[in-house]
Structures are given as C-alpha cells and as structure tokens.
Design a protein around this ligand. Sequence first.
Ligand SMILES: Nc1ncnc2c1ncn2[C@@H]1O[C@H](COP(=O)(O)OP(=O)(O)OP(=O)(O)O)[C@@H](O)[C@H]1O
Ligand SMILES: [Mg+2]
Length: 378
Amino acid sequence: MAGAEESAARAEGAGTGAEEEVLRPHAEDAFAYELKALAAADDRPRPARWNLSPWAVATYLLGGVLPDGTAISPKYVGPRRIVEVAVTTLATDRALLLLGVPGTAKTWVSEHLAAAVSGDSTLLVQGTAGTPEEAIRYGWDYARLLAHGPSRDALVPGPVMRAMSGGGIARVEELTRIPADVQDTLITILSEKTLPIPELGQEVMAVRGFNLIATANDRDRGVNDLSSALRRRFNTVVLPLPATVEDEVDIVARRVDQMGRAIDLPQAPPGADEIRRVVTVFRELRDGVTADGRTKVKSPSGTLSTAEAISVVTGGLALAAHFGDGVLRSADVAAGILGAVVRDPAADRVVWNEYLESVVRERDGWKDFYRACREVSA
Ligand SMILES: Nc1ncnc2c1ncn2[C@@H]1O[C@H](COP(=O)(O)OP(=O)(O)OP(=O)(O)O)[C@@H](O)[C@H]1O
Ligand SMILES: [Mg+2]
C-alpha cells in the first residue's frame, strides 16, 4: 500500500485528519489498524497465505476486544455461526456463495472477508448480463499482441487469474446475472484449480490460499440460474434479514455514523427515535404485519432492506444538518421513506396511504411523524 493511501486510510479509521481524500477506502485500508492489531494478537494456526487465522477473521467481522484492549468494531451483525461457516469454507477447496435478499450485506461481508483473509478486497468481477469471459479469465494488450504476437507479456490477467497466481481471494458480484456460458468458465477454475491459456499452450495454476467468494441475489433467481455443476463447487451461506428491530437499529445507527463521517456531516446527536421509527416502518411493510402482530398491512413492490433504511437516515441527517437544527426529526426522514416505499406510483401509493391511516395515525407518540408523512404524501 502506498504511503498516501495508508495515511488516508488511517485518517478514515480515526475519523479525523486533513488527508481524508478517498471517498470510500477499501476495507483493508479503512480498518488497517484493526487488522494489524488482530494479526499481532493472533497466535492460532493460519491456513497457507492467510493473513489471519479463521478465528481472527471471524473476530474481525463480528467484533470483540483483544487481550491488549484493542476494540475490534463489528462489521457484520448477525448469527456468529454464519460467519464461522463462511470463514471456514474459504479454508477448504470449496468456494463460498453468499446468497440472500437485497441489502443483507452480501457484498459488504464479501469485501471484509477478502480484506481479512488476504489483505486485498479489490480482485473483483462485477457480474452483469454483459460480463464477458475475458472479465473472468484474461484479456490482451492489443498493441503488444499486434507488435509481438501472443505472449505472457501481452496477456492482461483478470482479477480471478491474479488471485489464482497470488494465492488470494477473488470476488464475483451478482454471479447469477452473468450469462450461463460465462459462469461455466468458473467450473474449471474451481474444480481443477487451473486456468488454461490455449493461445499460449500454457496454464495458470492456482497456488494455495486461492479461493473465491461469489454473491447472488435471491430475487434474481431464474435470471440465470446457477448450473448444478457450478453450484456443487460452492458452499452456500444464506444471509438473513436482521432478526430483531434492535439488531436492525444497531446496524443502521452504526453505518449511518460511519458514512456521515466519510461525507463530513456535522456530528449530530444520533436521533435514535427516528432511526427506530424508520426501521419499524420498513420491517412492518416488509413483513406485512405490525410489530405487535395485530394488524395486517400490505407490502409495497420494492424491497425495503436495511440498506435502504441506511440511505433514508443518512439523507435525513444531511437535511437536518444543512436545513434543520442538526437534530434528526420526522420531517427529515419522511420524504426519504416515501421515496423508498412508493416505487410504483399507483399501487404503492395506495399501500402507503393505507398504512399511514390505519397504523401510523393511531400510534402513540407518532403524531409528528404522521403529520410529516401526510405533508410529503400530499
Ligand atoms: N446484518 C448486517 N450487518 C451489518 N451491516 C449490514 C447488515 N445488513 C445490512 N448491512 C448494511 O447494509 C448495506 C448494504 O449491504 P450490501 O450492499 O452488502 O447488500 P447486498 O446484500 O450486497 O445487497 P444487493 O443484493 O442489493 O447487492 C451495507 O452498508 C451494510 O453495512
Ligand atoms: Mg451486493
């Protein structure tokens, strides 16, 4: 890591400093301090080329306090076993598939796992309907190819190839969006641990430490389903939605705080009431029933994930900071909630109005919120 990046990273980790230039540092930079402390405290066996033992990787994700008093912040809030299974999988010859509905931290967990295991979360292939085979295997530097013909010098390795030769972790985002024939490129890589280069009559063989983390969205199922041949190469770990309101409020508050610092929002009082309200509204609409289980409500068409709750609260904090008194209030989150809930202008608006009138209006202590929502819904 270059010196400038390193100091930018340290600045972001500490939340102060003038070098804060990078808008979103990679996990291994943002949390370099924690990773270093973990490595120093870690006396358990490490798999080949791992920076940390599986135990230390799990601690990095779930948080904890080291014997020397260093606090490790929790990155993922959820069942410990899920993290343990995910980390252990990476130490086996099977790849890891993180599956779940949108906004369940699949990408987030994948980045932090790669950062903790191999210190590099950047070997990333973004899966889309247009992802070509070259993105997974390799491409060519055409100037060199034309001048000197095919050679190792003219070959431009892709992220997966680089992870194979360096013994690191490669990441594939949104695996099921990638066309099936391109997905199949991964079969040889994952089962034979080799990537043939027919043009040169050569191959790149994966060295120990290599593995791959893929993420896929539950909702995309059926777009390009995984072939059973490929699926067998993966251990699937399903990331659940946060189990309780408390968990979800905790996640939102934590992330909002981190993101607020990254975009220089004035340090505002957390506005815990408003965060809880956003989370409650999202959960009730998502579950189709109020928190007390008494009233059925209709669900809107969009997904109201934790990730969306984070955006609504961050947007609200910006409003409060720039146009309010700095304290997060109902009026600051109302517009954001409306935007997240009403995706389909006709059907979702009906759902939202029904929820407002039958649930929000009647609820103790929610008068201001009701009024703010009415105002923006009009
Ligand atoms: N259980 C959780 N613990 C910690 N953070 C969470 C959790 N659930 C969601 N988040 C936060 O939600 C945000 C969105 O997560 P992320 O983008 O990883 O979701 P995703 O599952 O990849 O969604 P998509 O399917 O849309 O790609 C992240 O900022 C992450 O911190
Ligand atoms: Mg994602």
